[in-house]
Design a protein around this ligand. Structure first.
Ligand SMILES: C[S@@+](CC[C@H](N)C(=O)[O-])C[C@H]1O[C@@H](n2cnc3c(N)ncnc32)[C@H](O)[C@@H]1O
Length: 265
């Protein structure tokens, strides 16, 4: 892994290790909460006979929910060692270990053999991958033929201009998001075929409303992260101009949120 990539990945994981997102997203670290996770499970046909991989499993809430609710075996991977430990503890306390287990790993280098999983899920995380082409190839590689990859993520209504992309100095699910066509291209190029799409942009509107009413402004919310997440979501004191670019990203891209499902032929 190149040093720049390593630093970006570290910034991203640190932002999610903090507790700030939980104040808005509650139990899960994705929009739509477990209600949307249940919809993902329904679309992916998750049941007790399947082995599910949760890519970028955060604090293990989704993995434990899937195991409890559908009786499936779940493996979660996340780049954050802190999150892996929290998730393992959660599964143990809930009596779900060892069938629900967690590993610290990079989604771009999955430590599994080809065709290992019946279903792969990922929530609000594919957009964070620094190399989505490799991430998509890894998903296609470890998924069994006939298996489903279902994910929810931030999605841009309009692609960002090249000028803006070149100048963005920070990484987050918004700056890393693709348009619907962009996600499709990446995953189809990796050999997967799209089976379903559902728009969930109202969840982003709801979270934005919660942030504004709870903190006074989006800026006030991001400011809590302080220097810990400087290059992830530029804070008020920013003098490099990142903040302006951050706002321009919202104006140009008009982000929403979507649920996608793909099958490995
Ligand atoms: C928005 S949180 C979502 C967590 C979880 N999927 C959920 O919905 O609760 C994003 C997660 O992606 C993880 N992450 C970011 N880049 C990653 C990578 N390259 N490989 C594995 N995990 C990654 C972060 O550590 C963080 O836990």
């Amino acid at each position: 892994m190149q040093d720049a990539d390593k630093a970006t990945k570290q910034t991203i994981t640190q932002a999610y290790e903090s507790n700030h997102f939980n104040e808005v997203l509650a139990e899960t670290l994705h929009l739509g909460g477990l209600e949307l996770t249940a919809r993902v499970a329904e679309i992916a046909g998750i049941n007790e006979n399947l082995h599910v991989l949760d890519i970028a499993s955060g604090r293990g809430t989704t993995a434990c929910f899937l195991a409890r609710q559908y009786g499936c075996r779940v493996t979660g991977i996340d780049l954050s060692d802190i999150s892996t430990k929290l998730s393992t503890h959660k599964a143990t306390v809930q009596g779900l270990a060892p069938d629900t287990g967690f590993l610290t790993a990079d989604a771009e280098y999955l430590p599994f053999a080809d065709c290992s999983f019946d279903v792969i899920v990922s929530e609000c995380s594919f957009s964070l991958l620094t190399n989505k082409e490799i991430g998509a190839q890894e998903i296609a590689r470890v998924l069994k033929p006939g298996g489903t990859f279902a994910f929810t993520d931030v999605l841009l209504t309009f692609p960002l201009s090249q000028d803006l992309k070149t100048n963005l100095t920070f990484s987050c699910c918004f700056s890393g998001a693709e348009t619907k066509a962009g996600y499709l291209e990446l995953l189809e190029h990796a050999g997967l075929a799209q089976t379903y799409f559902e728009d969930h942009s109202k969840t982003l509107k709801k979270a934005t409303y919660q942030v504004i009413t709870g903190y006074g402004s989006l800026s006030a919310f991001w400011d809590q992260f302080g220097s810990k997440a400087d290059s992830c979501c530029p804070v008020s004191g920013d003098t490099s101009g990142s903040r302006k670019l951050w706002l321009r990203m919202f104006r140009e891209g008009k982000p929403g949120y979507g649920l996608f499902s793909f099958i490995k032929p």
